[in-house]
Design a protein around this ligand. Structure first.
Ligand SMILES: NC(=O)c1ccc[n+]([C@@H]2O[C@H](COP(=O)([O-])OP(=O)(O)OC[C@H]3O[C@@H](n4cnc5c(N)ncnc54)[C@H](OP(=O)(O)O)[C@@H]3O)[C@@H](O)[C@H]2O)c1
Length: 217
């Protein structure tokens, strides 16, 4: 597959870009905003394209042209205000979904947040962020795209273990960004998680086996 990564220079994004650029079965294009990031990705054998989530859906659709899949792992981060939460985590995500439909892309993987689908379990300290994630995920579920929504627990910068727990509802936990990237990578062409949404933390199952447990009877 040819994959566009939105948020390619983010912390999960960089792990994912490394995995995708080393993989023989996929080719990858990084969506970036800065020249030095484009040069970095071209240096590791990936393509790079400039686009901003605050831009028009048509510009995002152009950035996706020729791709088979889109991965959204962007975010406004904890250091900006809730205006950016609306503009990036909600509107930026929804525009990316609209753009993927416009560009004729079939596959879309969203990095969401733990329990974003369950209002009663949202972290009340960052409620607007959860609102953004919740509604962006809903738009994706109602789109024509073949989606997978991954809702990781607290993200850690620890080495990957290759062992996860993935289910529709989990008790709160943490996961390394490296393992989130490996899970996204494994989910790309894993039919068992087509049109599936799940919480994700580190656990005791190999990634492939954990994803295959979503297989419908
Ligand atoms: N922190 C947690 O514990 C946690 C838990 C669950 C889920 N998540 C979610 O996991 C995802 C990735 O997390 P992370 O830690 O890898 O994030 P990160 O390091 O903050 O990366 C965010 C990425 O989004 C990009 N971005 C921001 N504004 C943009 C815009 N206007 N246009 C295009 N790109 C833009 C940034 O680009 P630049 O490089 O140009 O700045 C960066 O590449 C996010 O969706 C986050 O909400 C986080």
């Amino acid at each position: 597959m040819k994959v566009l990564v939105i948020g390619a220079h983010g912390q999960i994004g960089q792990h994912l870009m490394r995995l995708l650029s080393e993989n023989q079965d996929h080719s990858v294009r990084a969506m970036v905003r800065k020249q030095e990031q484009a040069e970095y990705f071209e240096g590791i054998g990936a393509e790079a394209v400039f686009a901003d989530l605050e831009g028009k859906p048509e510009e995002l659709a152009k950035a996706m042209e020729g791709c088979d899949a889109v991965i959204f792992t962007a975010g406004s981060g904890g250091k900006t205000g809730y205006d950016k939460t609306l503009l990036i985590d909600l509107d930026g995500a929804v525009k990316s979904i609209e753009a993927a439909e416009q560009a004729g892309i079939r596959r879309f993987i969203m990095v969401s947040a733990f329990q974003a689908h369950k209002r009663e379990n949202w972290n009340q300290d960052i409620k607007p962020y959860y609102v953004a994630k919740h509604y962006a995920d809903k738009v994706l579920e109602q789109s024509n795209l073949t989606y997978t929504i991954i809702r990781p627990g607290g993200l850690l910068n620890e080495p990957g273990t290759g062992l996860i727990e993935a289910a529709e509802n989990l008790e709160r936990g943490t996961i390394s960004r490296d393992d989130v990237a490996s899970t996204i990578m494994a989910a790309l062409d894993e039919e068992a998680v087509y049109n599936a949404s799940f919480d994700l933390i580190n656990g005791g199952k190999a990634i492939k086996e954990a994803l295959q447990s979503f297989k419908k009877e």
